[in-house]
Write a protein that binds this ligand. Structure first.
Ligand code: CO
Ligand code: ZN
Length: 365
């Protein structure tokens, strides 16, 4: 088990430390392609930058496995005369997270320029200002430059994408922390599952999608192209098993195994996992001895929501990796949960057959 977790940690570290703000996923896509080359029957990149890898089975039934490669970040919005750089958020940031972070600005030629996020000094704040969170639009990045010209000479311009500078490290036991676990943890689980899948009946399409954090965009077009019969999305979900959250409000628990999402989004934008596919996942977990949790997420959704509505409809379920502090630089999860997620996908893939489909969903075209 130790070796397996060490290997998963290495993969997760390579993926999470790569730059991959929504729409600017080139670096992380490179890591993904390196991992899949030589393992898949084919690896393609579509017009929106999605990676689509295929492992052929007997043909006839197409299973789509999806995780997203993009992470929330920023774009450079404005550079002032003294060389301070202002940011526009991409995706769902909580403002207090950002002050005091070290960031990386990616230039057009792929270099990373480092900076720190500063604000007006606290001792210059009026008492009532001190009580409040400094809004993101007042924060600025200091890259050490003294003029706009100097910033521009380093290759930074309005629109340059920005992520957080954060190493991924191991904590006590099997816990890890870093940025972009959302959803590189899902990507790591699916890459390791994809490598292990063998002798399955279904054609397995692994979609590593772009632009999830800005409206589930990559998965939408990738799923159209694949035209799957069955879909499974793997993403992180809120583990609010921390002080200040009541047990009854808990969505999932770190270390309790993958969370099978019964429903998320609480509205027309979410996904109700297909009951028959949810049952397949539950049966799989029980038979394979994999611990799982059932969860209902009150807000937010995943690529599963758009995969389900592809073409004439796709029975879809979401498998989630319980994660604390989502959308922060200190996202935290359990490597063992990650390993169980990967194994659950491998075992479930064996059970997604034409016979299962025809008995549970309908005739296969
Ligand atoms: Co997210
Ligand atoms: Zn996500």
């Amino acid at each position: 088990m130790g070796d397996v977790l060490d290997e998963l940690f290495g993969l997760l570290k390579r993926l999470t430390e790569a730059f991959g703000v929504s729409g600017y996923e080139d670096d992380v896509r490179g890591v993904v392609i390196d991992e899949l080359r030589g393992v898949a029957d084919s690896v393609e990149v579509d017009s929106l930058g999605n990676v689509i890898a295929v492992k052929k089975g007997e043909g006839g039934l197409r299973l789509l496995l999806d995780a997203h490669m993009d992470e929330i970040g920023f774009f450079v919005r404005y550079i002032d005369e003294r060389g301070f750089v202002y940011l526009s958020p991409i995706g769902g940031w909580w403002d207090p997270i950002v002050l005091g972070q070290r960031v990386r600005i990616r230039t057009d030629d792929g270099r990373l320029v480092y900076g720190v996020v500063g604000s007006k000094p606290p001792h210059l704040l009026k008492p009532e200002e001190r009580e409040k969170v400094v809004p993101l639009d007042r924060l600025f990045v200091d890259i050490g430059a003294s003029s706009r010209e100097e910033v521009e000479s380093l290759g930074i311009r309005v629109g340059s994408p920005v992520d957080l500078d954060r190493d991924t490290i191991r904590l006590a036991g099997d816990r890890v922390t870093g940025k972009a676990m959302d959803d590189r943890a899902g990507v790591a689980a699916l890459i390791s599952a994809f490598k292990a899948i063998d002798g399955q009946e279904a054609d397995v399409y692994l979609v590593v999608a772009t632009q999830e954090e800005v409206g589930l965009k990559g998965a939408r077009v990738a799923a159209y192209r694949v035209a799957p019969h069955v879909g499974i999305a793997v993403d992180v979900t809120t583990a609010n098993d921390v002080p200040g959250a009541e047990a009854r409000d808990q969505v999932a628990r770190v270390g309790g195994g993958p969370a099978l999402t019964v429903a998320d989004g609480r509205s027309s934008s979410g996904l109700i996992s297909h009951p028959k596919l949810l049952k397949l996942l539950l049966d799989t977990a029980r038979e394979a001895g994999i611990p799982v949790q059932l969860s209902i997420l009150p807000g937010g959704t995943t690529d599963g929501a758009v995969i389900a509505l592809t073409r004439e409809g796709v029975p879809t379920a979401t498998v989630s990796i319980p994660t604390r502090y989502i959308h922060s630089p200190v996202e935290l999860l359990s490597l063992r949960d990650l390993e169980y997620t990967s194994r659950l996908i491998v075992e479930a893939t064996k059970r997604v057959t034409k016979e299962w489909y025809e008995a549970n969903i309908g005739p296969l075209d």
